[in-house]
Write a protein that binds this ligand. Structure first.
Ligand SMILES: Nc1ncnc2c1ncn2[C@@H]1O[C@H](COP(=O)(O)OP(=O)(O)OP(=O)(O)O)[C@@H](O)[C@H]1O
Length: 242
């Protein structure tokens, strides 16, 4: 994997009077898990669309290594967007086309605990299971960056926790660069190597904080809560962004 540099000098929508993003510089280290935390409407969707190459109407540049290009992305949305007329396995096979390897799909299904459900159609999946399929689908294409836009926001707390743990397990087995958007600071601390706090109107990076909690302790809610309290105390600037 390659380091990615995102420099957005200005992104202003044609009908808007002020920029949505200004002077935003983000460096994504190879295989790093980054959580973007910011208030509603701060421009996260705009940013992800620019990184994905869906919006080219901005002043700035994206560098993948030394190349001016867009990274190959896997996109995981709030809605898993599975095709209802295809089984779990067929939904995964679809993104791989002719490059598919049955062994890779089997391994991904196993890590995400979906082996038994591979012939099931999406309507019979729980919300947590369908999120797990969408995660497999995104990892399966081996992207240079995985963009995750509040993927667990509609899950209840125990299910979100289980899916987060499986996501991290998969990411540890198959390291990828991840950019995960969330409003939930506890979720961000449980997942991230590095937190980037974003302000609104225009979006700018306000603080960047490395999460010092060992991966083996990320399931410990006391450790997460204690670091959250410490963050809020030592970085008053982030309180207004939550
Ligand atoms: N097509 C558009 N035309 C004009 N302004 C837009 C357009 N899309 C977004 N904006 C503005 O750009 C800013 C960022 O919007 P964006 O949807 O990227 O934020 P967001 O952080 O993803 O929001 P949310 O957290 O609600 O999903 C907002 O002020 C929004 O009103």
């Amino acid at each position: 994997m390659t380091d990615i540099q995102i420099n957005i000098n200005n992104k202003t929508y044609p009908t808007a009077t002020q920029p949505s993003i200004a002077n935003l510089k983000l460096s994504l280290n190879s295989n790093e898990f980054i959580c973007l935390v910011g208030p509603s409407g701060c421009g996260k969707t705009t940013l992800l669309n620019i990184i994905a190459g869906l919006d080219n109407d901005y002043d700035g540049e994206i560098l993948v290594g030394q190349q001016h290009t867009h990274p190959k992305i896997g996109y995981i949305f709030q809605n898993p967007r599975l095709l209802p007329w295809r089984t779990v396995r067929e939904n995964i096979e679809l993104v791989l086309g002719e490059h598919q390897s049955p062994d890779v799909i089997d391994a991904l299904l196993e890590v995400m605990q979906l082996t038994q459900a591979q012939q099931v159609y999406p309507e019979r999946l729980s919300l947590g299971m369908s999120r797990r399929v969408s995660i497999i689908r995104a990892f399966a294409i081996d992207p240079e960056v995985l963009l995750m836009d509040e993927p667990f926001v509609s899950l209840d707390a125990p299910t979100a926790r289980q899916v987060r743990e499986l996501l991290v397990k998969l990411w540890q087995q198959r390291p990828h660069t991840v950019l995960f958007v969330t409003h939930d600071l506890r979720e961000a601390i449980a997942l991230a190597d590095r937190l980037i706090f974003l302000s609104a109107s225009p979006m700018q990076a306000v603080s960047e904080i490395i999460v010092p909690i060992a991966r083996s302790d990320r399931g410990n809610e006391l450790a997460i809560e204690s670091f959250r309290q410490q963050l809020l105390q030592n970085h008053p600037e982030i309180k207004q962004l939550l």
